[in-house]
Design a protein. Sequence first.
Length: 237
Amino acid sequence: MAQGRLYMIPTTLGDCDPLKVLPKSVKETIGMLDEFIVENSKTARAFLKLMEIPTPQSSLKIHVLNKHTDVHELFGFLNSCRDGKDIGLISEAGCPGIADPGAEITNIAHKEDIQIIPLVGPSSILLSLMASGMNGQSFTFHGYLPIDKQDVKKRLKDLEQTSKINHQTQLFIETPYRNNKLLEALLQNLHNQTKLCIACDMSLNSEYIKTKTIDEWRKSKKPDLHKRPCIFLLEAQ
């Protein structure tokens, strides 16, 4: 018996109509599935409802994969694929496997020669890089920066130096309720001519993307980033 396939299903980056940012093919694929691996059962079910899948919610089989999931459970999540059935992997926001725990499942699937099919969808990393005007040939995404004030200061200095030496764009994120504090740290610790892009609410109606030098940011009105999903990009000159 042929093994089933693991579909990597993207979702929206926030509260919006998924059919405005996701290709029709994603909806069609979801409609063929009734088993999913997700980060959060409640939000995943809400997303699937918006996608108008034909399978009743009560008939869906949902596996939860997040930081609380026991690593020993992961192997069993792919049992249906071993039995010849296709299943879907859904990220909490954006593309699965990118800055989320989905990579753990795909790693198991590779080891077992289960076919993995990534579907097209929004990624805040690529969308922000596309719109930033910064180097898209060489870039690094670092995830979250340290919380301690002195640690984040050192980290920002290191990223700025790396960017300058390697001519490389540096990307990172912060917990939404600490965005404004991170922005303050950026303006306090980076050089005047270093370019900073703030990309917020990507693909939503409230989308905000702006690139300026640190000196220009200091002299301009700052956006309120509190509790808004943001990604920050810097490029040193």
